[in-house]
Ligand binder design. Structure first.
Ligand code: F3S
Length: 81
């Protein structure tokens, strides 16, 4: 299983992730991305059919703000640093 969330402190609202993975990422009023799977908690595993989209978004983010791990983040983007 894979888990994901966005680090809102480094996201520059470039808009790439929502284009690559519209079922995973959405934007707040200021364009900052978040995971729509679980309100950016990174606690619900990404559906297997969305993993390719997730990988595309991960590779396309210019600020490395998309975090992916094999365990839940529990809302903390820095949990596995
Ligand atoms: Fe932000 Fe990266 Fe998405 S900068 S809008 S998390 S592609």
């Amino acid at each position: 299983a894979k888990f994901t969330l966005v680090d809102p402190d480094t996201c520059i609202a470039c808009g790439a992730c929502g284009a690559a993975a519209p079922d995973i990422f959405n934007y707040d009023d200021e364009g900052i991305a978040f995971s729509r799977l679980d309100n950016n908690q990174g606690s619900i595993s990404v559906p297997i059919q969305l993993e390719d989209d997730l990988e595309d978004a991960y590779e396309g983010c210019p600020t490395e703000s998309i975090k992916i791990a094999k365990q839940p983040f529990d809302g903390n983007p820095d949990k596995f640093l």
